[in-house]
Write a protein that binds this ligand. Sequence first.
Ligand code: UDP
Length: 362
Amino acid sequence: MKVVTVVGARPQFIKAAVVSHELAKRHEEIIVHTGQHFDYNMSEKFFEELDIPAPKYNLGISGGTHAQMTGKMMIGIEDILIKEHPDWLLVYGDTNSTLAAALAASKLNIPICHVEAGNRTFSKTNPEEKNRICTDHLATLLCASNQASMVYAKNEGLGDRIFLVGNPMYDAFLQNSGKLKKEEIVLSLLSGKTSPVPERYYYLTCHREENTSNDNDLFEIFKAMQQLEYPTVYPVHPRNRERALRLFKQHNFDKLILTEPVGYLESLCLIKNAEKIVTDSGGLQTEAFFAEKKCITVLDFVCWQETMVANRNELSRPIASEIFEKLNKQQTVDKSYLPFGDGHSAEKIVKLMEEKYLESKV
Ligand code: UDP
């Protein structure tokens, strides 16, 4: 099979890595990078660390409104699809790159495989939710990461196209989480200095549109972290850089360690060694779960239903007292509860693509 994979953002590089290695055993894959994430730390570093083949095409499209970004990407991706004429378009998750690629391929009648399909947050304002819904309805083959996604997809009439394969983030976690030791990490602080990782610390990430449109949410999160016993390591997403630095200086949040975005292997190591996690990232919530770390998610919607058990992952409003109180609740971990597959989702995805491809040729 000839597969065109379209990726553009950090979590997609991680998922694409495990599937790409599986595809490479028997098939031709052409990687298209839309350019949505372009900093070395947010993009190229992931290709290096995860040994992903270099993209054949890089569209260099980032910034602008959602429609501007999606529209420009569609035009670029359509040209590539016409030129390469693949058997499959392969897309991941819920970014504008995912939607743009799915729309372009659908109009050209190219079969689409959507990985992390069926997931829903039921948030009417969340931009990623709109991308997920549209991509699922355009796709030919839907690969679900969890049981809840199967149910959501069936409720939307997509039951005959969706298959439970497990979460490729779990494959990636199992393959990569032991590769780096904490002592090997040197944090690049936003101040320009460097620092080792503290003995005990909390891990924070925050980048969602919902939490980066005003100062209040990040201020409240910082206020909560400032009250904790140990410092907090916070790799700052470019979207929040100016705001994080300004709040840090204005309010003397000396328990916050603001760093440049870290690589994937560093992020996994920081998760595994953290006391607890505070995040608004969909991917990081699952990794906290895989690493059996208590997680507080500062969002008003659930990203991964299965993680919200036994105090393991709880939603909080961006209010310092609520984040603090919920962080202090004890979680209970049932080690036999593994709702994100067996770590072999990539094999299952490629096998399904092969089966559907052969069926289409009969
Ligand atoms: N991550 C990383 N470096 C960082 C922060 C996060 O490698 O500085 C990883 C994190 O461990 C997870 C992924 O990036 O694997 C999550 O991506 P992101 O939060 O950007 O997107 P989301 O999951 O919310 O779509």
